[in-house]
Write a protein that binds this ligand. Structure first.
Ligand code: BTN
Length: 257
């Protein structure tokens, strides 16, 4: 994959300009700097390798090998952007499902925004906001063939899941086209434009989840997604609650872990 793979391609609203880099610390940081310098909304930054990739909660996102997807979008949405990450998760899941057609396992979303295949994480999304606008950073494991011991049962890549090799540029183009369509609807109609599809892709619904909240862990049944993207749960005593993504961390995909 290199710049020539994207020649003549663009995606309205989200990737009207594409900047392709061979290697960078973090595409999110690069996109933020562009935003601070006045670069227009709808700029995508793609790199082959990422040497200081950032994950959520201050974690590192490994990107040393030029085998996966590292992509950030600089956007300046008109309205409330707080659910843009959920929308990006839907776009990643349904993009990957185009390539997972021969498998029983489909790409699903672990609330709020990890994309998983067979219960293993395949994509993480880190959204950052500031005076520069909104940067949505997407990392998708495509070509890596192995993971460190501690991640073996927690992570996967598209090549591992399908047993086939995939072209990163082709997947990025599908993804950006998808993001373009969904972003236009999101700008016009907000969360309602995708939340039903989000609910149908959410792997937690109907399962028991472990909820980590202020150093307390409890289990509950995940029962649905609210119209504004919160996780609806029912506690063992029958109490119903809705959880916002910033407040809690949900663990356990197929049951209590
Ligand atoms: C997570 O922790 O699940 C989020 C991981 C987000 C990684 C992507 S890779 C492209 C973009 N640039 C970064 O530094 N991080 C995001």
């Amino acid at each position: 994959m290199n710049e020539s793979s994207f020649k003549g391609f663009n995606a309205p609203f989200v990737a009207e300009n594409i900047i392709f880099l061979d290697e960078i610390g973090s595409t999110n940081d690069y996109a933020k700097d562009l935003g601070k310098n006045g670069t227009s909304s709808g700029t995508a930054v793609i790199t082959a390798k990422q040497s200081a990739g950032k994950g959520r909660l201050g974690r590192i996102w490994d990107g040393g090998e030029a085998k996966d997807i590292y992509l950030s979008l600089l956007l300046r949405p008109k309205g409330d952007s707080s659910r843009l990450t959920l929308m990006a998760g839907v776009c990643v899941a349904n993009t990957l499902n185009r390539f997972l057609t021969d498998l029983d396992e489909k790409a699903m979303i672990k609330w709020p925004n990890d994309v998983v295949v067979g219960g293993r994480k395949i994509c993480g999304i880190l959204t950052e906001r500031g005076e520069y606008g909104v940067v949505v950073g997407i990392g998708i494991n495509i070509g890596r063939e192995s993971f460190p011991e501690e991640l073996l049962d927690k992570a996967t890549s598209l090549n591992i899941a399908t047993g086939q090799k995939h072209d990163r540029a082709e997947i990025i183009k599908f993804l950006l086209t998808n993001l373009s369509l969904y972003y236009e609807s999101f700008e016009n109609s907000g969360v309602s434009s995708f939340i039903e599809e989000y609910g149908s892709l959410c792997v937690n619904i109907g399962k028991t989840v472990a909820i980590h909240e202020n150093n307390v862990v409890y289990t509950a049944a995940a029962t649905g997604i609210s119209p504004d993207g919160k996780l609806e749960i029912t506690l063992e005593n029958g109490t119903k609650r809705v959880l916002d993504s910033g407040e809690v961390s949900v663990r356990g995909i197929y049951g209590y872990v």
